[in-house]
Design a protein around this ligand. Structure first.
Ligand code: 13P
Ligand code: 13P
Ligand code: MG
Ligand code: MG
Length: 364
């Protein structure tokens, strides 16, 4: 059975500040998607939040980039925004860059990760959702899952993964894409993948079967709006078991709280902390950045789950490590490399300050 799994997310208002989502906003989204399921547009859905970002996890038969599905997500976010304005939530409608829907939410603010798949006998999927970070945050984890045998032993000992995976990278500045084959092209690939502010992994494919293994949202809000409107707080879908890495191989990269862009005012580097969903309420210096992971088994499109995958004491040490890294970085205050490099700051509120001081710069 051909089935589409769509994860569409937006920050439509923070409660309190940028730290979390208001329960009434989640209830509203639940209500909207419930009606769409009753109407037969959706097979199933799950609504959750990572910090101030609301994720709509949906299954349907409309394929990728379906106008009906995107409109449903857009309308849901618009309804949520109305409520957010009424509750005077912080940054109500933050990620909705347009006043009217124009066919596809991709260029309109919300983040989108969608895959059309042939549902397997046991279709295991893991959905990662992050807050206080940015497109590109999945680069290192995806590399480890699908190209690093020190992370994924299946690449070595499982015959059905031994042929490797291909990675589709998007240049978020020049709007170009390129595909690399792992393992033989990893040195070329890492030149780009190792610069996640510019090149983000959009998709991963099984090289033997061509099946999609993973898709991410790669929207860069500031690049679309031309100004700082908050970070992109991405989502990522990964298929598991069979031809794909085992669940534990997919979660393993997050034991290393890698430094990502985001945190306070979207202008800092900070460690990506893996947490259970109830802990995804970034407060210290509006962070540190969070990632949650929900596991599902799909059954004729029904979302059996979620299982909150980072709700495991085995991730206590990575969390402690993330807190130590956060503490160390915070001591740098307004200095790089805690603060983002100047070229990245151009997409924040910094240009306003620069403009004010422009005339005071004199030639040496
Ligand atoms: P079980 O023996 O618990 O089914 O685990 C199999 C496995 O491959 C775990 O990675
Ligand atoms: P969000 O991108 O999660 O809205 O955070 C913005 C911010 O400025 C946090 O300090
Ligand atoms: Mg926000
Ligand atoms: Mg956010």
């Amino acid at each position: 059975m051909k089935l589409t799994l769509s994860v569409i997310k937006a920050d439509i208002g923070g409660y309190v500040g940028h730290s979390a989502s208001h329960p009434k906003i989640l209830d509203k989204a639940q209500e909207c998607l419930k009606a769409a399921k009753k109407d037969g547009l959706l097979i199933d859905f799950h609504v959750t939040n990572c910090g101030d970002d609301v994720q709509l996890i949906m299954t349907h038969k409309k394929g990728e980039d379906s106008e009906a599905i995107h409109k449903l997500a857009w309308d849901t976010f618009v309804e949520g925004t109305k409520l957010a304005k009424k509750l005077r939530l912080h940054g109500a409608g933050q990620d909705l860059l347009s006043d009217a829907f124009s066919g596809n939410v991709k260029a309109m603010g919300p983040g989108v990760a969608e895959m059309e798949i042939e549902e397997r006998q046991a279709e295991t999927v893991i959905i990662f959702m992050a807050d206080k970070t940015s497109a590109g945050a999945w680069n290192m984890p995806l590399y480890k899952m699908f190209a690093d045998p020190f992370n994924t032993i299946g690449l070595v000992i499982a015959g059905n993964m031994h042929g490797g995976f291909s990675f589709e990278l998007h240049d978020v500045k020049e709007h170009k894409k390129i595909t690399f084959n792992a393992p033989e092209e990893i040195y070329d690939m890492l030149v780009f993948m190792g610069a996640p502010g510019r090149y983000a992994v959009k998709a991963v494919y099984h090289r033997g079967t061509g099946e999609v293994a993973s898709v991410s949202s790669t929207q860069r809000l500031s690049k679309m709006a031309g100004r700082y409107v908050g970070k992109d707080d991405p989502v990522c879908i990964v298929r598991s078991q069979g031809n794909f890495p085992a669940v534990g191989e997919i979660l393993e990269p997050f034991t290393m709280p890698a430094l990502v862009e985001g945190w306070m005012r979207g202008s800092h580097h900070g460690p990506l902390m893996p947490v259970a969903q109830p802990q995804a309420n970034p407060s210290r210096f509006d962070g540190p950045p969070r990632v949650i992971s929900y596991g599902f088994q799909l059954a004729d499109g029904k979302l059996v789950g979620p299982r909150d995958m980072f709700d495991d004491p085995a991730f206590d040490e990575p969390r402690r490590w993330a807190n130590q890294a956060a503490e160390y970085l915070r001591r740098h205050g307004p200095f790089e490399p805690h603060r983002l490099p100047l070229e990245e700051m151009e997409y924040t509120t910094m240009p306003q300050v620069m403009k004010k001081l422009e005339k005071r710069f004199v030639n040496l």
